[in-house]
Design a protein around this ligand. Structure first.
Ligand SMILES: C[S@@+](CC[C@H](N)C(=O)[O-])C[C@H]1O[C@@H](n2cnc3c(N)ncnc32)[C@H](O)[C@@H]1O
Length: 392
């Protein structure tokens, strides 16, 4: 549990003296070793709000790389920062509703709200948590957006398209269902039945089970899946879409309207592991068709081909055989490998246990790395000795 900001802390942080203290101390080290002396120093000017000042300085530093330069002056909580979408992802989402008046009904500290202000003529935010709503109001000052405290399940705006990014419940189970978000997808759809809202949900959610009319867009950033956006019918262009974003490149998109006619055949020169957005949007075959790849098995997310695609993680195949632990150990010894990465798909095998058992076969220098891919192919279990290839 992070630091709990009080109303009084917020009053102080947005006051003239609070702003001055924040500005004068934004270079404080705030390391484990310096924290006590930093707080002692802050107490001289900020008194009882010293810890709130220190926490704000710490969170702003973490927020800027994730949320953008504007976050250098924001008020945040630790949990709200963790929940906020990276600005690159929020901007991509906001572009799809440019020109539309928006109400972010779970706005938290206003990170998605900020992205919406770039293209939407009217932007309103609300959150059940008064501390977060107050922080959002501060963070959005000067943008024209209005923020109030409000329940997402009790619509107060009219004529605006609702957007909700419900919190993730910590239920512990692996399968994420509608009921695992707070508020739930079903409750949000009931509350906003006259104009179904845009919903941002965890990328692992079982969206097929939701059977919600419209489009599902799974978005990843730098190789990790960040969200699934449930676009209502009003905004749907396709059934499923994968959007692969990159911090330093153009990224790409793929939809269920793209061709997906690919054969199933033996392994080629490369094994390709598509981006998680492609896998979670069930567009693996579409990705294969675009890049001239084929499937090793109809149920496997790994693809194969003779030409390394310009995107995705790829592994050059050095050898292959039906899986036997001894064969894999012999391969590693012959390759003079010092490090092994093990990837298992569709087989009941713990890679960590296998890696420990293969340790005696790793006699080479640590810099000689091999990736062993183990996968159920047809009715058999196959092993592939590979070398990971850096992204082109
Ligand atoms: C995942 S966060 C949203 C993050 C936000 N999109 C952003 O840009 O930072 C979920 C938010 O939903 C709020 N929330 C939960 N139940 C709510 C409800 N019934 N009405 C309004 N807000 C609610 C929580 O207080 C929390 O701030």
């Amino acid at each position: 549990m992070g630091f709990a900001f009080t109303r009084e802390d917020l009053d102080y942080l947005v006051s003239g003296s609070g702003l001055e203290v924040l500005a004068a101390n934004d270079g404080l080290v705030l390391s484990a070793g310096s924290l006590l002396s930093d707080l002692t120093r802050l107490r001289r000017t900020a008194g009882e709000h010293a810890a709130a000042v220190a926490e704000t300085i710490r969170l702003r530093r973490l927020a800027v790389p994730k949320l953008g330069e504007q976050a250098a002056g924001w008020l945040l909580t630790d949990e709200a920062l963790q929940q906020a979408s990276p600005q690159r992802v929020a901007r991509h989402r906001a572009q799809r509703v440019a020109g539309v008046g928006m109400h972010d009904v779970t706005c938290s500290i206003g990170s998605d709200l900020f992205a919406l202000t770039a293209g939407s003529p009217v932007v309103v935010g609300s959150d059940l948590d008064p501390i977060r709503a107050r922080m959002a109001a501060h963070n959005l000052r000067g943008t024209g957006a209005g923020v109030v405290v409000g329940d997402a399940l009790k619509p107060v705006s009219r004529g605006l398209l609702a957007y909700a990014d419900p919190a993730r419940r910590t239920s512990g189970g692996r399968r994420i269902t509608s009921a695992d978000t707070l508020p739930s997808v079903a409750d949000l759809d009931t509350a906003w039945a006259t104009r179904p809202p845009v919903l941002r949900v965890p990328p692992g959610i079982d969206y097929d089970a939701l059977a919600r009319p419209g489009e599902v867009e799974v978005v990843s950033l730098d190789g990790s899946a960040r969200e699934a956006v449930l676009w209502p019918a009003e905004f749907a262009q396709v059934g499923r879409r994968a959007t692969v974003l990159s911090s330093d490149g153009p990224g790409y998109g793929l939809t269920d309207q793209d061709p997906d006619d690919v054969p199933v055949a033996d392994v080629g020169r490369w094994i390709v592991d598509p981006d998680p957005a492609v896998v979670r949007s069930h567009l693996v075959r579409h990705f294969a068709a675009r890049h001239g790849l084929w499937q090793l098995d109809p149920h496997l997310a790994y693809l194969t081909g003779d030409v390394r695609p310009a995107v995705g993680r790829a592994f050059e195949v050095l050898d292959s055989a039906p899986y036997r632990e001894r064969t894999v150990a012999d391969w590693l010894r012959a390759a003079d490998a010092g490090t092994v990465e093990i990837k298992v798909r569709g087989m009941d095998l713990d890679p960590d246990v296998l890696r420990r058992r293969l340790r005696p076969a790793l006699k080479g220098p640590g810099s000689v790395v091999r990736t062993v891919v183990l996968a159920r192919v047809g009715r058999g279990q196959m092993a592939y000795l590979t070398a990971a290839s850096p992204a082109p």
